[in-house]
Design a protein around this ligand. Structure first.
Ligand code: FAD
Length: 400
C-alpha cells in the first residue's frame, strides 16, 4: 500500500488490525524482478550523488551490470533518511523510515536477485489499542475492523536491510564526507566538484539528493537547470520531520495515540505517538513519536533537542497525569530538519499535477545528468520503496 493509499484509507475507515507475525521467504522468484532483463548499451563511468535508498539501489544495480561507478556522499555514513540506533533499546530502532508501506514482497523486488535467499521476519503492524486525545479528553477509538495492512521489520530495520542486501557489495565504491557543490555537464564528460576540493569525472551522473537540497541551490549546475525543471523542483513541499523515542519503566500509553483529531492528523499533519516495541522481541517500554509537517515545525523550531524533549514530556504528562515524568528512563531525538544534507522529512506532492511534476523532475539533462529519489516517484513518493523504484527505472533508462 502506498503512503497515499494509506492516508486515503485511514481517513475513510479508521484504524485497527489483529496482530499476526509473518515470516517472509524473501524471494518470490517469479515476481521478484521489478524490471525485465535488458541489453546494456553503455560502457562508460557513472557517478551517483547521494548514498540514501535511491543512491544505494542505483549502485547495487550498476554493480550487477558491471558498470564502473562511484557514489559520492556528503555525510560520513550511508543510508540518508534510513538510519538505525542499535544501542537505545533491546531491539534495533528505525530512527528514520520505519514502516514498510508496501506488501513485504517489495523487499525481494528491491533485491531482485534469485540467488539471494533473504529471510526477513516482518510484523503485520496492527495496533491493538488506539486512542485519541482531544479537548483534554483521552478517548479509545473503536474502529470497525481491519482496514489496511501495514508492515514493519521484526528483528532488523530499513538500515539493516540495506546494509545486508544492498550496500554490502558496493561499500568500497562510496566516497564519504564529500558534499557535491557543482555539476558541470557542458562538455562531453560531466565534472563534479565537492566542497572539500575534490573533483570527479564521469560519462553520466545520477543525482539522488533530497529535493530540499536541490531547492536551496547548494549544487551549482553548469549549464543552469532548465526553467521548467527548476519550477518543478521548487513546487514540491518537503516539510519538517522529527522522530523521538522515550523509554519508560511502565507502559502507560496505548499502541497508537493521536492528538487533536484523527483526520486532521493523518491527512494534513502526520503526528502520532506509538508503541515502538510493538511486535518486537523486547522487554522495554519504548514510546515513539513520529511527526511531519506543521506540527513538526512546532518542535523543530525550538532551541535544541533538550527543548524539544521537554515540550514532549510536558505534553505526555498532561495527557497521562504526570506518568511520563514519573516513569521516564531515557530518550533520543532525531531532528531530520536539522540534518544538514536532508533538511526535512519527505516530499508532499499529493495533488493532481503531480504526474506532470514528476515527469519534469525525471527528465535527464542532455542524456548525461539523471535524477532519482523518493520525490521523483509518481506512485510511491515519500517512501523507501519509492526511492528504490526510481533507481531501478532510471538505471534502466541510463544503460539501455
Ligand atoms: C521522520 C521520517 C519518517 C519516515 N518514515 C518512513 C517510513 O516509515 N517508511 C518509508 O518507507 N519511508 C519513510 N520515510 C521516508 C524515507 O525515509 C525516504 O523517502 C527515503 O529514505 C528517501 O531516500 P532517498 O535516497 O530518496 O533520499 P535520502 O535518503 O535523503 O538520500 C539522499 C542522500 O544524499 C546525500 N546528500 C545530500 N546532499 C548531498 C550533496 N550535496 N552531495 C552528496 N550527497 C548529498 C544525503 O546525505 C543522503 O545520504 C520517512 C522519512 C522521515 C524523515
Amino acid at each position: 500500500m502506498t503512503r497515499k493509499e494509506f492516508i486515503k484509507n485511514f481517513a475513510a475507515l479508521g484504524a485497527g488490525l489483529p496482530f499476526l507475525s509473518l515470516f517472509l521467504e524473501s524471494c518470490d522468484k517469479e515476481n521478484g524482478l521489478l524490471y525485465p532483463d535488458f541489453d546494456v548499451n553503455f560502457s562508460g563511468k557513472v557517478i551517483v550523488i547521494g548514498a540514501g535508498a535511491a543512491g544505494l539501489t542505483a549502485g547495487y544495480l550498476l554493480n550487477k551490470y558491471n558498470i564502473d561507478f562511484q557514489i559520492i556522499e556528503a555525510s560520513s555514513v550511508f543510508g540518508g533518511r534510513i538510519k538505525r540506533d542499535n544501542t537505545f533499546a533491546d531491539f534495533p530502532i528505525d530512527i528514520g523510515a520505519e514502516w514498510i508501506h508496501e506488501d513485504p514482497s517489495i523487499l525481494a523486488k528491491l533485491i531482485s536477485d534469485a540467488s539471494i535467499n533473504a529471510e526477513i521476519d516482518v510484523i503485520t503492524y496492527s495496533p491493538d489499542t488506539v486512542y485519541n486525545f482531544k479537548n483534554n479528553k483521552l478517548k479509545k477509538q473503536n474502529f470497525g475492523g481491519n482496514f489496511y495492512s501495514e508492515y514493519k521489520f521484526k528483528n532488523t530495520t530499513w538500515y539493516g536491510f540495506f546494509e545486508k542486501y544492498i550496500a554490502s557489495n558496493i561499500s568500497n565504491k562510496i566516497v564519504y564526507n564529500s558534499p557535491v557543490n557543482k555539476i558541470n555537464y557542458s562538455g562531453e564528460k560531466v565534472t563534479i566538484n565537492t566542497t572539500n576540493g575534490h573533483s570527479f569525472e564521469a560519462d553520466k551522473v545520477l543525482v539522488t539528493v533530497p529535493i530540499k537540497i536541490l531547492q536551496e541551490g547548494s549544487i551549482d549546475f553548469v549549464p543552469s537547470l532548465p526553467a521548467t525543471k527548476k519550477a518543478a523542483i521548487d513546487s514540491i513541499e518537503m516539510p519538517d520531520g522529527l522522530k523521538v523515542f522515550i523509554e519508560f519503566s511502565e507502559k502507560f500509553y496505548p499502541d497508537i495515540l493521536f492528538t487533536g483529531g484523527l483526520l486532521s492528523e493523518v491527512q494534513a499533519q502526520d503526528k502520532l505517538f506509538y508503541n515502538a516495541a510493538f511486535g518486537k522481541d523486547s522487554d522495554k517500554n519504548v514510546l515513539g513519536l513520529f511527526v511531519v509537517g506543521k506540527k513538526a515545525t512546532a518542535y523543530t523550531s525550538l532551541a535544541d533537542d533538550n527543548a524539544i524533549f521537554n515540550a514532549i514530556l510536558v505534553e505526555l504528562d498532561s495527557i497521562f497525569d504526570g506518568k511520563a515524568s514519573q516513569t521516564y528512563i531515557k530518550h533520543i531525538v532525531q531532528n531530520w530538519s536539522k540534518e544538514p544534507f536532508v533538511q526535512g522529512s519527505y516530499s508532499y506532492v499529493f495533488n493532481a499535477s503531480e504526474e506532470e511534476t514528476v515527469k519534469t523532475l525525471l527528465e535527464p539533462l542532455d542524456n548525461k545528468v539523471f535524477f532519482a529519489g523518493e520525490a521523483l516517484s509518481a506512485d510511491n513518493g515519500a517512501t523507501v520503496p519509492g526511492a528504490g523504484e526510481t533507481a531501478y527505472a532510471v538505471i534502466e533508462t541510463m544503460l539501455k
